[in-house]
Ligand binder design. Structure first.
Ligand SMILES: Nc1nc2c(ncn2[C@@H]2O[C@H](COP(=O)(O)OP(=O)(O)OP(=O)(O)O)[C@@H](O)[C@H]2O)c(=O)[nH]1
Ligand SMILES: [Mg+2]
Length: 199
């Protein structure tokens, strides 16, 4: 079943995105992906009903949500190694990626780095913008932005929050935003940043 055929849509969340976009939401277990989906639904208010659909794809569950004109897709597959294989099959069908990291779960940062490295080094994804959300900054003990930068080895790959145009970049734009999805703080700026790279 080609579940991706209907992912293409127009993202109009909060009026920030008015472009056609297919967005893939990734991250390890417990990072905050589902919470982000629920928050996007909350931002949408009750004006437009949303639809949440689950698909089973081999051993994995796929959740696609439709909020008004926005369609987002995520996997309930956690950070297991075989997940990469599944994500990869979806790369050609998406315009941008959002990678959520639990900034408090320092023990699993190396695992996040591994997943992220695979994404960032993938030829198929060379020009895809990647928004990294360092989540749960509301909790004591959350890694600082600098620490995440270092631990994820991002120092030389992020594009910076300037207005470097997509065509000026040698590779895909990557940026890290710290946030608390639960407190609805920090991720909107990240989506605004992402928006500028979606042609
Ligand atoms: N303190 C705090 N907790 C958060 C935040 N975002 C998510 N959580 C909590 O983290 C836990 C995991 O969040 P989920 O959204 O279920 O994580 P997930 O990435 O969907 O996890 P999987 O479905 O297992 O891959 C939940 O208990 C959330 O309430 C945040 O910003 N701050
Ligand atoms: Mg989830």
């Amino acid at each position: 079943m080609f579940v991706w055929d209907f992912i293409v849509s127009v993202l109009s969340w909060m009026g920030l995105f008015k472009k056609e976009v297919r967005l893939l939401l990734l991250g390890l277990d417990n990072a905050g992906k589902t919470t982000l989906l629920r928050m996007l639904e909350w931002h949408n208010g009750t004006a437009q009903p949303y639809l949440s659909t689950w698909f089973q794809l081999d051993f994995f569950f796929v959740e696609e949500i439709t909020i008004g004109k926005l369609k987002l897709v995520t996997f309930d597959i956690g950070g297991h190694q075989q997940a990469c294989k599944v994500w990869r099959d979806y790369y050609p069908a998406v315009n941008a990626l959002v990678f959520v990291i639990d900034a408090c779960d320092k023990q699993h940062l190396p695992e996040s780095k591994l997943e992220l490295d695979l994404i960032l080094s993938d030829e198929l994804l060379k020009y895809h913008p990647v928004l990294i959300l360092g989540n749960k900054v509301d909790l004591p003990g959350a890694a600082s932005k600098q620490q995440l930068f270092n631990d994820l080895g991002l120092n030389y790959s992020v594009s910076g929050k300037d207005k470097t145009t997509h065509s000026q970049l040698e590779s895909h734009p990557v940026e890290l935003y710290m946030c608390s999805i639960l407190n609805r703080h920090g991720y909107e700026e990240g989506f605004e940043w992402l928006c500028q790279y979606i042609d």
